[in-house]
Design a protein around this ligand. Sequence first.
Ligand SMILES: [Zn+2]
Length: 372
Amino acid sequence: MTCSRPSRRPPQAPVHNRAMQTLTIRRPDDAHLHLREGAMLAAVLPASAAHFARAVVMPNLRPPVATVERALAYRREILAALPAGMSFDPRMALYLTEALVPSEVQRARDCPQVAGVKLYPARATTNSEAGVSDLGRADAVLAAMERCGLPLLVHGEVARPEVDAFDRERIFLEEVLVPLRARHPGLRIVLEHVTTREGIEFVRGDPGPTAASITAHHLLWNRNAMFVAPGGGAGLRPHHYCLPVLKREEHRRALLAAATSGNPRFFLGTDSAPHLRRDKESACGCAGCYTAPTALALYARAFEEAGALDRLGGFAAAHAAAFYGWDPNPGSLTLVRRAGNAPVAQDCDARVGDDVVAALGAGDSPWEVQSA
Ligand SMILES: [Zn+2]
């Protein structure tokens, strides 16, 4: 039945929807990004450049990016893969190997395109075989970094096989990070992709210059997400598998509280880590979530659910720049609320040869980035 009379709202109904429809922030930085090389690099780079002005690019290639010269060559490869008309400023991380020497630390500090040195405990994640197994052997390098202010970017997990996968960050804090801080009180440290309440507490309370990057997927999902089918029921979800692995709900809540607190020690780092679909959906699926095209919408959902959308701009576009001593980015980015259950406007997956890199979380947010 249709009714031609103009509808009248009952007096109790809200007269307008107070929910924000758009949100504009300064163009953000991604403080933790994996771009890979070759065809994969070319496939995933436009998604990052479309949303982020800068990113700290991780050095876990084969062979690892372990010298300033190699970092600058990798940076040139990235810029060569950037589509015409896009701008993007990659800031490089050197891979801490036992071959790194203090003179190279000073060279890195003098190079504005190098953001820091990345510590991968040996065998902790993708291509980390060259990582340091005894941090004591890197002490001269760490002292040089402490003197000149070059940050140490830490993958904070122990990789000993007897340690439970869900406890690796907590044990790392106790066994490695607390003693490291005691030996080097002035060392600038970023606890990358922090995933635990204990990690948050360390960063909050540490008297030294410490910060942490936080991913969108660790803000939105607890570890159940790996074991529950989209409609409920059981199902193994390889695209939610990353390292450090998703944790319990209490840890997710601690991350969300920290990210939305306005504390400048916490900032956006997607840890977007692309793998081909066939390498994720296999009998031995790779760790890593490809979130470059979806992360900002997912962060917006997390911040909105926490009632803190007004703090997204600081987390995404100010805190990392302040920690690294970068100028604020020019320009802005606008997120728009999607209409109803409309499909996301853009196809978020990246194509590589005859396979795709499937983006995690496309359609899982009421927000999307407004296309330019
Ligand atoms: Zn990473």
